[in-house]
Write a protein that binds this ligand. Structure first.
Ligand SMILES: NC(=O)c1ccc[n+]([C@@H]2O[C@H](COP(=O)([O-])OP(=O)(O)OC[C@H]3O[C@@H](n4cnc5c(N)ncnc54)[C@H](O)[C@@H]3O)[C@@H](O)[C@H]2O)c1
Length: 251
């Protein structure tokens, strides 16, 4: 039995990287998918690939900081499927950001990272919440980062935004529990995606030196936890953050 059969799941930032990997895993588990991203061509390609394998999927170019676009998306999901069971809040300004000491980060850049990573996550969740409530049992998975746990240097705006995601996950779990909606976070370590190809070799070495499992993680190492958190297997798990970094934060 596929774990997400009959479920409709929204994945944000699904055009590439971890978002695309979450979408592919949800499709393998039998879910129908609404995918959004600001990268229209890559997003369409991701959706075409999944549709070719038989997944019921739409891609829409949608900016998670735009409430008008999010409201239109929610209405389209309602019209097409009449339900939404799960949300993966993956979209973010992430590891493609240039590394800078905290006093060199431009104010506008700080604001933009918080606007997308923190406010955008809140806005998406707010927009689709009526559908998750109506489903009778909902699942939200937020993308944090292990950098918020060990305090990575040179990306303080990003690190702080991911710390906010862990805090939001706990507060949302508390507020949404009465509606049978669970809210959990995944905090990956440095994982191979298009964006992390830009990470400095020093950072890759730092992870490899400190991980207990001595290899570079691939998106496939991350997505299984999301499938579990989106499924019935996690109905008694909420407000938690699962750190997936080969044990790096234990060393
Ligand atoms: N890859 C890693 O090493 C790693 C580690 C820890 C956490 N993460 C988290 O995982 C998630 C995905 O990371 P990734 O490595 O795949 O990065 P990525 O940059 O490849 O993916 C992010 C996606 O979000 C999209 N996006 C950005 N702003 C958007 C907006 N306003 N509206 C809609 N979509 C938008 C981007 O276009 C992109 O497709 C992020 O939340 C990131 O913080 C990644």
């Amino acid at each position: 039995m596929k774990r997400l059969a009959g479920k409709v799941i929204l994945v944000t930032g699904a055009a590439r990287g971890l978002g695309r990997a979450f979408a592919e895993r949800c499709a393998q588990e039998g879910a129908a998918l609404a995918l959004i991203d600001v990268l229209a061509d890559a997003g369409e390609e991701t959706a075409r690939g999944l549709a070719a394998q038989g997944t019921d999927v739409i891609f829409r170019r949608c900016d998670i900081t735009r409430t008008d676009e999010l409201d239109a998306l929610r209405d389209e999901i309602q019209a097409r499927w009449g339900r939404l069971d799960g949300l993966v809040n993956n979209a973010a300004l992430a590891t493609g950001l240039a590394g800078k000491t905290f006093d060199q980060i431009e104010e506008a850049n700080w604001d933009r990272v918080f606007q997308v990573n923190v406010k955008g996550t809140w806005l998406v969740t707010k927009a689709v919440l009526p559908l998750l409530k109506a489903a009778g049992e909902g699942r939200i998975v937020n993308l944090a980062s292990d950098t918020a746990i060990w305090g990575a240097d040179l990306f303080m705006h990003y690190v702080a935004s991911k710390g906010a995601i862990i805090a939001m996950t706990r507060a949302m779990a508390r507020e949404l529990a009465p509606f049978q909606i669970t809210v959990n976070a995944i905090a990956p370590g440095l994982t191979t995606t298009e964006a992390t190809e830009l990470a400095p070799p020093r950072r890759w070495q730092q992870y490899l030196d400190n991980q207990l499992v001595k290899r570079s993680p691939e998106p496939e190492d991350i997505v299984g936890a999301a499938a579990m958190l989106l499924s019935a297997d996690s109905s008694f798990i909420t407000g938690q953050t699962i750190i997936i970094n080969g044990g790096m934060t234990l060393s």
